[in-house]
Ligand binder design. Structure first.
Ligand code: AHN
Ligand code: ZN
Length: 331
């Protein structure tokens, strides 16, 4: 009997302990928001994604290369685990031509309401109208820097997103028809809205109803040798906090020589319409050379020299590491 009593006592004690354990509240607040170590941005991989686009040739609207490269981008985003949306339509160019447009969107963590948008244009300019040789003005450019660099960098980010999910959802948008803006040789006015046709379309018809994001980062010409990125005017006006965040993270990573802490110029680019029409604060990380006579975007801008020779892995690395750090810090 004494044995049974003491056994009972042991059970009662154990039971009360287990009850206590159950009722104990966790001391740490456990939510899904964590500090995340970002995966390593691989500049060789980004460079490869740039070269693969250039290998298609000029990706000008209504061309085989444009179509083939668009299919490649969809395949890559799919391979890296994105939910892929395609917006296909026909829009009119400055010259009245009907252009086959395709915006390509790769979404990660599609259900989250905490989102950041990353964008670049994937089309290339049909005219090298800034080439020193006027005989080249009607020839399409390869757009290694102007087009392929931003997209290649974001394909590398897509690869990382499959390896490690950040705390937020990400939408990678490849805008079409950014670079069909009125050429210098055209008669009549250079209307601003002849540029950025794909982003205007997207901002007027987002790929999802009521789409929203905390902010956006547009990448344009982010692979050039000795590139510098000044704070672009519209970005500073519309999304000063995002500019400060990106430039200070770049600095902290040792990329302050690329991300110059000074004001650049105002650029008509896809971020204008993301800000103006979609009402999402969006910055443009775009090459800017203060003292370049030929172009503030670099000497090869809209010339036949915009090929793989102008691409430098250390620029892709500086921008790539910065963007990666920015998105994995987000809570
Ligand atoms: C203008 O030249 C009006 N905007 C520059 C946007 C651009 C062209 N980005 C790449 N190509
Ligand atoms: Zn261009």
């Amino acid at each position: 009997m004494a044995k049974i009593k003491s056994l009972l006592l042991v059970f009662m004690v154990l039971f009360s302990v287990s009850c206590k354990m159950k009722s104990q509240k966790p001391t740490a607040v456990s939510t899904s928001v964590k500090e995340i170590t970002p995966p390593l941005f691989n500049a060789d991989s980004a460079y490869h994604f740039v070269a693969q686009q250039v290998d298609f040739g000029s990706r000008v609207p209504n061309s085989k290369a444009h179509q083939a490269c668009g299919d490649y981008l969809v395949d890559q985003l799919t391979k890296y685990g994105a939910k892929v949306y395609q917006q296909k339509d026909v829009v009119m160019g400055y010259d009245g031509k009907q252009l086959q447009m395709r915006n390509i969107i790769g979404s990660y963590n599609d259900k989250s309401f905490k989102r950041v948008l990353l964008a670049a244009h994937w089309d290339t300019r049909p005219w090298a109208d800034n080439d020193p040789n006027p005989a080249n003005h009607h020839t399409p450019i390869l757009g290694a820097n102007d087009g392929a660099s931003g997209v290649g960098l974001l394909l590398e980010v897509a690869r990382l997103l499959q390896l490690q999910q950040p705390n937020i959802g990400i939408d990678i948008i490849f805008f079409d028809l950014e670079d069909y803006g009125t050429p210098q040789f055209a008669e009549g006015p250079d209307q601003e809205n002849t540029w950025c046709l794909g982003s205007q379309y997207w901002a007027n018809h987002p790929h999802k109803e009521n789409y929203n994001a905390r902010y956006g980062i547009l990448l344009d010409m982010v692979g050039g040798k000795n590139a510098t990125f000044f704070k672009e005017g519209i970005s500073v006006e519309k999304a000063p906090g995002v500019v400060d965040k990106v430039w200070s993270i770049a600095e902290s990573l040792g990329h302050g020589a690329f991300f110059v802490n000074r004001l650049g110029s105002y650029v008509t680019d896809d971020h204008l319409y993301v800000n103006q029409l979609a009402n999402i604060p969006c910055i443009d990380v775009i090459a800017y050379e203060e003292h370049n006579q030929q172009s503030s975007f670099g000497s090869f801008w809209h010339t036949l020299n915009d090929n793989m020779d102008v691409i430098d892995k250390s620029t892709l690395k500086a921008v790539g590491e910065t963007i990666t750090a920015v998105i994995y810090k987000e809570k």
